[in-house]
Design a protein around this ligand. Structure first.
Ligand code: AMP
Ligand code: GLY
Length: 423
């Protein structure tokens, strides 16, 4: 009997997950709700709320559920699945607070001694001035809760910081900002590392570099990510070992000691400072587009083994996935207007020469309109190329970008360029 896996979500990360599971062989892949890309390798189910997903998992008799995004986990998807004895590769709601609450994460990691920026939490207006005096330079201001990537501010003056805190407490981002975290501003190069976790054990996944700004040369507004490469040329094995030992394992031990053991994917956002790596944030999921660059580098059935292990299936000994030494480059194709309200509904033309063993199109926001593939959101998809070197992977991906067209398609021309990231 093939193992039946239900992937939850509808973006590029979830298409990449479905592809990796389907390629491993011996896996029957379902997606909820999925997109036209996941439909090529999986069977899409038209549900996207926690209750609907749990009912579908039961009626389809799935062996395990793999959530892509954080929202269903924060809402208790893993807990609801546990109640019906279905394994889930993702944390319980209490453990998902590592992404759902920045104040919670700082509290846990402070106790665990994780290298982090200095911080303080403000809950009402009367505490603002006192909190600001604790910082010698304007602190980073963060809404505590989930704010769809819009909850972090880097003010240049104390006055600007004060105004932001007051606006957040006043409801500028709704409930997400009812508590505000102030943090020492750090400088250096940013990097992210990805792990699969099972309580206090980890599997280190391939690393990736994301390009967050809209325009070439890291200019323009922040986006969800305009492209990614794996491996990240700025990360080496000793950095990975240091982050695993000083940041990730102490956090997992602290979570287990609190009675909220963490399982599932963990994304550690880091600042590499002159004094060593510091934890900026955790996400309880894989990054998107990073997953599109990482997963094609886990060879054979490795991804299936990792997902099953992190979901608590089989014995505790961590699998050791074989890393594909080749490089992967994923170039995001966005709609006109992104990251603001995008233009949608444009027919997408894809030259059949794009798809091959080492190059493919990932769907993120596409839709079938009477059989025609059209744009349906800001980040529409990505062209992914895999080759012996990063340079060749980039060439392959960009050649593929030239084989996709729609009115208003935009993309960055420098994904995978090393450039100078220092800020
Ligand atoms: P976060 O969602 O907490 O990772 O923050 C989003 C972005 O804000 C990060 O990727 C950094 O670019 C920046 N950032 C967050 N915290 C800090 C900090 N303490 N010092 C400097 N930059 C930060
Ligand atoms: N690409 C960054 C993220 O997924 O949050």
């Amino acid at each position: 009997m093939p193992m039946r896996v239900l992937v939850v979500g509808s973006g590029g990360r979830e298409h990449a997950m479905c592809r990796a599971l389907a390629e491993a062989g011996g896996v029957d892949v379902l997606a909820a709700p999925g997109n036209p890309g996941t439909a090529q390798v999986a069977r899409n189910l038209p549900v996207d709320d926690v209750d609907g997903i749990v009912s579908a998992a039961v009626s389809e008799a799935v062996d395990l559920v793999l959530p892509g995004p954080e929202a269903p986990l924060v809402l208790g998807l893993a807990d609801a699945l546990a109640a019906v004895s279905i394994p889930c590769c993702g944390p319980s709601a209490p453990a998902a607070r590592l992404e759902g609450s920045k104040a919670f994460t700082r509290a846990v990691t402070a106790v665990a001694g994780v290298p982090s920026p200095g911080f303080t939490v403000v809950v009402d207006r009367s505490g603002v001035d006192d909190a600001l005096t604790r910082f010698s330079a304007p602190p980073v201001v963060k809404a505590d809760g989930l704010a769809a990537g819009k909850g972090v501010f880097l003010p240049e003056t104390p006055g600007e910081a004060r105004r932001l805190v007051i606006d957040l407490l006043g409801g500028m981002l709704g409930d997400a900002g009812r508590r505000v975290v102030l943090e020492e501003r750090l400088y250096g190069v940013e990097a992210s590392l990805f792990y699969a976790c099972r309580e206090t054990e980890v599997v280190v996944l391939p690393h990736a570099r994301d390009h967050k700004r809209l325009e070439d040369g890291e200019r323009g507004p922040n986006t969800g990510g305009m492209g990614a490469v794996s491996p990240n040329p700025m990360v080496d094995a000793s950095l990975v070992d240091e982050v695993t030992a000083s940041i990730v394992l102490p956090t997992l031990e602290a979570m287990a000691a609190r009675g909220s053991p963490y399982s599932g994917f963990l994304f550690a956002g880091l600042m590499l400072t002159d004094d060593g790596p510091r934890l900026l944030e955790y996400n309880v999921r894989l990054g998107d587009p990073e997953a599109q660059a990482i997963l094609p580098r886990i060879s054979g059935g490795g991804f299936v083994d990792v997902v099953a292990w992190a979901a608590g299936i089989g014995d505790e000994e961590a699998p050791i996935p074989v890393e594909d030494p080749r490089s992967v480059c994923a170039v995001v194709l966005a709609a006109d207007g992104y990251p603001g309200p995008p233009r949608t509904g444009d027919p997408i033309e894809v030259d059949p020469g794009l798809e091959g063993a080492d190059r493919w199109l990932i769907h993120a926001a596409t839709r079938l309109d009477d059989g025609t593939l059209v744009t349906a959101g800001g980040r529409v998809g990505a062209v992914v190329g895999r080759a012996e070197s990063l340079e060749r992977a980039r060439l392959l991906a960009y050649e593929g970008v030239g084989l996709v067209r729609w009115e208003g398609m935009t993309y960055r021309g420098d994904i995978g360029d090393l450039g100078d990231d220092r800020r």
